[in-house]
Design a protein around this ligand. Structure first.
Ligand code: SF4
Ligand code: SF4
Length: 238
């Protein structure tokens, strides 16, 4: 199984695709929204499971074409009624009734027809929750080989900032992600997730703790070793 954290395609299907190469061959930026607003809603989504990211995907279908397994919970009856049973199989390691939908030999979701989601109104919650802006927010890289379309869109996202505090928040989130990525050996074996999207989600969950600890460290450079920061992060998440 790759990762059961997939795909929204957002709700902004009507937006025109603006992310084509510009005249100089460079990539044109896509507005990702105001950073602090995005961060607050993503934190809430991760903490309370509110889900349903409103991603301005435009014409992108990157996450429908990136060889992802899509998790579907037993209570998602509308999605389950629309997806042929032969496309589903039991999700390894999850309770009975939790299913996965695979992908075609081309890496496409089998429900993607003529480049559109054929069950869009009833698509799984996993699809509704997926928001590739989390990579742009954290600086964590997707796999450019398996997820080239997503990687391209991630490179195009450009957040804006309502004030300097918002800009500083983004700096801290990126620093927290880099800390997790670069200090795996300071965490208990297996505690940090392996998949980039899970590491990015964990970053959003812990960045406030990281900010507090590094602010304390900033006042006394040697007072908090990185190993202690890692221990505190683990302890805070229980
Ligand atoms: S890769 Fe990102 S922009 Fe593209 S469809 Fe998926 S969530 Fe939307
Ligand atoms: S179910 Fe629809 S939204 Fe989800 S991956 Fe498949 S085509 Fe995309």
């Amino acid at each position: 199984m790759r990762r059961p954290y997939n795909n929204s395609c957002g709700v902004e299907r009507l937006l025109s695709e603006k992310g084509k190469n510009d005249a100089s061959g460079g990539l044109v930026a896509f507005p990702a929204g105001e950073f602090s607003g995005w961060l607050s809603s993503t934190e809430a989504s991760l903490e309370f499971g509110t889900g349903g990211a409103d991603v301005p995907c435009g014409a992108c279908r990157g996450c429908c074409r990136s060889s992802m397994f899509i998790q579907i919970k037993p209570e998602e009856t509308q999605a389950l009624n629309r997806i042929p049973r032969e496309l589903l199989f039991e999700a390894p390691g999850l309770p009975e009734g939790h299913l996965l939908m695979g992908y075609t030999d081309q890496g496409n979701c089998p429900m993607l027809v003529d480049n559109e989601c054929s069950i869009y109104e009833d698509r799984p919650q996993t699809c509704r929750d997926y928001d590739c802006r989390i990579y742009a927010a954290t600086g964590i890289r997707v796999n450019p080989r398996d997820e080239a379309e997503i990687a391209k869109r991630v490179d195009q996202w450009a957040f804006d900032y309502r004030d300097d505090g918002s800009r500083e928040e983004h700096r801290i989130v990126k620093a927290a992600a880099a800390f997790l990525r670069d200090n795996r050996d300071l965490f208990p074996k297996g505690w940090l997730p392996g998949y980039p999207v899970e590491l990015a989600a964990l970053t959003v969950t812990i960045y406030r703790i990281f900010a507090e600890l590094t602010a304390m460290k900033g006042k006394d450079e040697d007072s908090i070793p990185d190993a202690v920061i890692a221990q505190e992060i683990v302890r805070a998440l229980g």
